[in-house]
Write a protein that binds this ligand. Structure first.
Ligand code: 5RP
Length: 216
């Protein structure tokens, strides 16, 4: 079985009847949404989607979805990631939905990340740049301010987020304190959010195609 599908199937075991479930974005999270839709739990949970496409998929497979502001909290969110490190810091936003993904995470009592083993790295960001969602207005000024922090940023051409914003993919010129960098980026006017999901309680399930393990 495909690694992404295998780990998505394992995530089903973490869902209980009556749960409000945060529904992630991307191919791995989509496997999870489809499997949840096929399961007997489908009519016993409600979903909170992290993107317009996840919301559409959930409804197509028969999962009721509700607006994030209509609920007090989310019992568990199941989402994918682009890179996960040994400290369980994660890099997200390959699909560009990082702001909604972070809003949903912040309201979740439990956060379950599902990945295939190629996504495990020593320390994020290793292979991929840090995605940053930016307001289109004045974005060239915003990016200059980001680059003054030691980043090299590239516009994700032709891509618009579900919030009507744009994404810059930013590489660090040299490795620095990620918590500090994240705070500095977010202090720039025009920056909406970054794809750095640092710290916090989470469970990471990893599939190597043979078995699924919890990373910590
Ligand atoms: C979208 C994300 C995705 O979760 C991440 O890109 C992983 O995607 P996939 O499961 O398709 O590999 O952060 O913004």
């Amino acid at each position: 079985m495909d690694k992404k599908e295998q780990v998505a199937r394992a995530a089903l075991g973490y869902i209980s009847s009556g749960n409000v479930v945060g529904l992630g974005s991307g191919t791995t999270a989509s496997h999870f949404i489809k499997l949840l839709g096929e399961s007997s739990l489908r009519d016993e949970v409600v979903g909170v989607a992290t993107s317009i496409s996840s919301d559409k998929l959930a409804r197509e497979v028969g999962i009721k979805t509700v607006d994030i502001d209509s609920i007090e909290w989310i019992d568990i969110t199941v989402d994918g990631a682009d890179e996960v490190d040994k400290e369980l810091n994660i890099l997200k936003g390959g699909g560009g939905q990082l702001t909604r993904e972070k809003k949903v995470r912040n309201k979740s009592k439990n956060y379950l990340i599902i990945v295939s083993d190629e996504k495990i790295v020593e320390a994020i960001p290793e292979r991929l740049p840090i995605p940053v969602e930016v307001l289109p207005f004045g974005n060239r000024t915003t990016v200059k301010e980001m680059e003054s922090l030691g980043l090299k940023c590239k516009l994700r051409e032709g891509f618009v987020t579900d919030n009507g914003n744009i994404i810059y993919d930013c590489k660090m010129e040299e490795r620095s304190d990620l918590n500090k960098l994240d705070q500095q980026i977010k202090l720039i006017t025009g920056v909406i959010e970054t794809g750095l999901f640092l710290g916090g309680r989470k469970v990471v399930l990893v599939s190597d195609g043979i078995e699924v393990k919890a990373l910590k």
